[in-house]
Design a protein around this ligand. Structure first.
Ligand SMILES: [Zn+2]
Length: 489
């Protein structure tokens, strides 16, 4: 394996064990713990926990994760270099009442999450994963589950029965997975005729405010979840499960230069930012002379607009920055009442979300002078209408960072006649007033169930982010805008 592809292979391992945001957060937690990061909780006071030279992380809803390392030269009101990414991807989620049966087929009702290219979900071998709330002796506890096996499938209609040129379908009635046959399920249960509904007659069941789980979902689904959680079916109180493609992410291309994978958007940036934070703090010397805090914020719910308690629109990042801004330095120092505002004014946020590679079959869709290519480096995203936040001082900073890491960069701007995506960058920069830049690695087929990227770009982004963390403390004071009068030219 080419050494530059090593990080790409590591990423494939990560994405294969991270079918949901919960699993992605769990995988990152394991990496951070191994690298000596200590878990902290929002509900506790950190004043005596977080110290210069220390490394910490916290989670919210177990689907958003924030980690940081504090430079040993940190002073209250000091700068924070931040990378923001997201842990969620478009997917199908099992509905609260999912049990459905028609013409001898068992079916599981699902809800669309985010803006997926839904036709790519047809004819894939799907499984389910997520979290389950398990009843314990004293209360309820969240547990991760992954059913692993191909259990479900959304079958397309044979071409003989439908010769439509355009593939059109109802997301409510036709994007509807089958989960097996009624006959097989009855045989498993040892029943020869369908059981009568239990809701009429018979003994009065225990009062339940909502119908019991076994009536809302196929009992077999509850059993599979219970087995995966290693608990009994009766302990499954509720769950949030999403479907995923069981085909493993893999290396592709004539020369192993591509990645074929689900969830590149945005697990690739999640992975790269976490690796960069870990690598930048490995070894004893890196944090020694650093006056800054290095931070990653991996949010859930970007694909649906980020408006949730754990999304980028929440108070999570401002609340954490507020607490970090007043952390005392190792030598006793005065903490100003404006430490938070000073930190915001000296900090920088990189909003890291995947970008579009040029597509060889649709060249006309791209702006003629901005054609990012796979494996040619991370892409800076520019948009005059502030769908992306990048501006000239940010471009200068990032080029200085990239020079130090010796990694290439590319630039993307959307064709004036195309719609443009957006990221957590604009909302966070508006909320915080912090300087922000949008970037991401190039990929094809964004929001398809199976996307495509370049294997070498994984390493490009890690090196770039690592350089940002290692050099921001030094570069921050060198790029002057509102204090430009102070410069000697
Ligand atoms: Zn994204």
């Amino acid at each position: 394996m080419a050494p530059a592809a090593k990080s790409g292979h590591e990423f494939l391992k990560f994405v294969n064990v991270s079918p949901t945001p919960y699993h992605a957060v769990q995988s990152i937690r394991e990496k951070l713990t191994q690298a000596g990061f200590e878990q902290i909780h929002e509900r506790n006071d950190w004043a005596n926990t977080c110290k210069p030279g220390g490394k910490y992380y916290l989670t919210r809803n177990a689907s958003t994760l924030l980690a940081f390392a504090i430079g040993e030269q940190w002073k209250p009101g000091g700068p924070i270099s931040m990378i923001g990414a997201h842990t969620d991807s478009p997917c199908l989620r099992i509905k609260p009442f999912s049990k459905h049966q028609v013409e001898g087929f068992l079916q599981v009702a699902v809800e669309t999450y985010g803006g997926g290219i839904w036709h790519t979900w047809f004819d894939r071998d799907l499984s389910a994963a997520g979290r389950v709330m398990v009843k314990t002796k004293t209360g309820f506890v969240h547990k991760l589950v992954n059913l692993h096996k191909p259990l479900l499938r959304i079958p397309s209609l044979a071409i003989h029965l439908d010769r439509q040129e355009k593939f059109e379908f109802s997301k409510e009635t036709q994007l509807f997975p089958i989960a097996g046959l009624v006959a097989a399920e009855l045989e498993r249960q040892g029943v020869t005729t369908p059981p009568e509904s239990t809701s009429e007659g018979g003994p009065e069941p225990d009062f339940a405010p909502i119908k019991p789980m076994k009536e809302r979902h196929h009992p077999r689904l509850i059993e599979l979840i219970a087995d995966a959680a290693k608990v009994s079916s009766d302990q499954v109180e509720d769950f949030e499960l999403i479907l995923y493609d069981t085909q493993k992410s893999c290396v592709g291309g004539f020369n192993d230069e591509l990645i074929f994978s689900s969830r590149l958007d945005n697990l690739e940036m999640t992975f790269c930012s976490a690796e960069a934070l870990i690598e930048s703090t490995n070894g004893s010397t890196s944090l020694k002379n650093d006056p800054s805090i290095r931070l990653i914020s991996l949010f859930d719910h970007e694909e649906i607009g980020s408006m949730s308690a754990q999304g980028a629109q929440s108070n999570l990042l401002p609340a954490v920055i507020r607490r970090l801004a007043v952390l005392p330095s190792s030598k006793k120092s005065n903490i100003s009442t404006t430490a938070y505002e000073q930190t915001l004014a000296t900090s920088f946020l990189v909003s890291a979300d995947m970008a579009h590679s040029v597509h060889p079959n649709y060249i006309g869709k791209y702006e003629a002078r901005h054609h990012p290519i796979l494996n040619q480096g991370t892409v800076i995203k520019v948009n005059a209408n502030q769908r992306y936040t990048t501006n000239a001082p940010g471009m200068v900073l990032l080029q200085e960072v990239a020079k130090r890491a010796q990694v290439p960069l590319q630039v993307f701007v959307v064709n004036n006649e195309s719609p443009c995506g957006s990221t957590i960058g604009p909302m966070l920069s508006a909320k915080l007033g912090v300087r922000t830049l949008d970037l991401g690695n190039p990929q094809l087929s964004m929001h398809s169930i199976r996307e495509c990227g370049g294997i070498y770009d994984v390493n490009h982004a890690i090196e770039l982010f690592r350089s940002l963390f290692e050099h921001y403390g030094e570069l921050e004071s060198k790029i002057l805008v509102d204090n430009a009068d102070e410069a000697e030219i």
